[in-house]
Design a protein around this ligand. Structure first.
Ligand SMILES: CC(C)(COP(=O)(O)OP(=O)(O)OC[C@H]1O[C@@H](n2cnc3c(N)ncnc32)[C@H](O)[C@@H]1OP(=O)(O)O)[C@@H](O)C(=O)NCCC(=O)NCCS
Length: 213
C-alpha cells in the first residue's frame, strides 16, 4: 500500500469511491446524472480542502482522506474545479429536466442545509469550527486492514502541524460514524433529514463531531 498526495488524475477514481461508499447512485436514475452527482460531490470536497491524500495498491486508488486547515492554501486547481462543477451542474439539470430526474440536486441541498444548521448550532454552543475533516473513504475491498486508520492519522498530523487544536466533521447514519466514536470524538449536534431516494422516503440522522487532532 502506498500513501501519497492526491493528483488531478485521481478524481475519477475518488468519485467512484464516494459513489460506492455513500450510495450516490440512489440519488438519480440516469447514469449521466449519477456520474455528475459523484463528480460534483468530490469537486465540492476539493474546493473545501487544503490537504488530500490517497492510498494506492497496484496502481489503484483504494482510499482517500481530505481536510481543511484554516489559514492554509487551498489545493491547486480551484478555478478549474469551480468551472467543472458549474458545467456538471448545468448538465445534471439539463439531462435531469428532460428525464424528470432533477431530485438528486435537491437531495444534496437538503444535506447541505442540515450541515449549515448543525454548524450554526454547534457554534452557538461554543464549538470552534475552523478545521475540518472533509472526506474519508476506504474502498469496500480494503476495509478492516488499517488503511483508514493510517489515512486518518495522516490527516490529523497535517491538522496538528497546521496549528489546529480541534477539528470537526459532518457525517450521518449512512456512514461509518462509529469509527469516530471509537476514537473519542464528541457528537456536538445532530439532526434528522428526510430524503427521497429511489422514489421512497428515507430518514437519515446527520451528526457534527468534534475532536482534538
Ligand atoms: C471509516 C472507514 C474509512 C474506515 O476505513 P478502514 O480501512 O476500514 O479502517 P481501519 O481498517 O483502520 O479500521 C476499521 C475499524 O473497523 C474494524 N473492522 C474489522 N473488520 C472490518 C471490515 N471488514 N470492514 C470494516 N471495518 C472492519 C477494524 O478492526 C477497525 O476497528 P477500530 O476502529 O476499533 O480500529 C471505512 O469504513 C469507510 O470507508 N466507510 C464508508 C465511508 C464512511 O463512512 N466514511 C466516514 C464517514 S464520512
Amino acid at each position: 500500500m502506498t500513501y501519497r498526495p492526491l493528483r488531478d488524475t485521481d478524481l475519477e477514481a475518488v468519485s467512484h469511491l464516494a459513489q460506492e461508499a455513500f450510495g450516490l447512485r440512489r440519488y438519480a436514475s440516469s447514469p449521466t446524472v449519477q456520474a455528475a452527482v459523484r463528480r460534483i460531490y468530490v469537486l465540492h470536497c476539493l474546493t473545501s480542502s487544503t490537504f488530500a491524500e490517497v492510498a494506492e495498491v497496484d496502481g489503484e486508488v483504494v482510499g482517500v482522506v481530505m481536510a481543511r486547515a484554516a489559514g492554509q492554501r487551498k489545493l491547486p486547481g480551484q478555478g478549474l474545479y469551480r468551472v467543472r462543477t458549474a458545467l456538471l451542474m448545468t448538465k445534471a439539470l439539463a439531462v435531469g429536466a428532460t428525464r424528470g430526474d432533477t431530485g438528486a440536486l435537491k437531495e444534496i441541498q437538503i444535506f447541505e442545509g442540515s450541515y449549515e444548521q448543525l454548524r450554526r448550532r454547534a457554534s452557538a454552543a461554543g464549538a470552534r469550527l475552523d478545521h475540518e475533516l472533509t472526506l474519508f473513504i476506504v474502498s469496500g475491498c480494503c476495509r478492516g486492514q488499517g488503511v483508514g486508520s493510517r489515512l486518518y492519522a495522516d490527516a490529523l498530523t497535517y491538522l496538528r502541524h497546521s496549528g489546529a487544536k480541534s477539528f470537526h466533521l459532518y457525517t450521518d447514519t449512512g456512514c461509518s460514524y462509529e469509527f469516530y466514536e471509537r476514537r473519542g470524538l464528541e457528537r456536538v449536534a445532530s439532526d434528522t433529514i428526510t430524503l427521497r431516494l429511489e422514489d421512497a422516503l428515507e430518514d437519515v440522522d446527520t451528526f457534527l463531531y468534534t475532536g482534538r487532532p
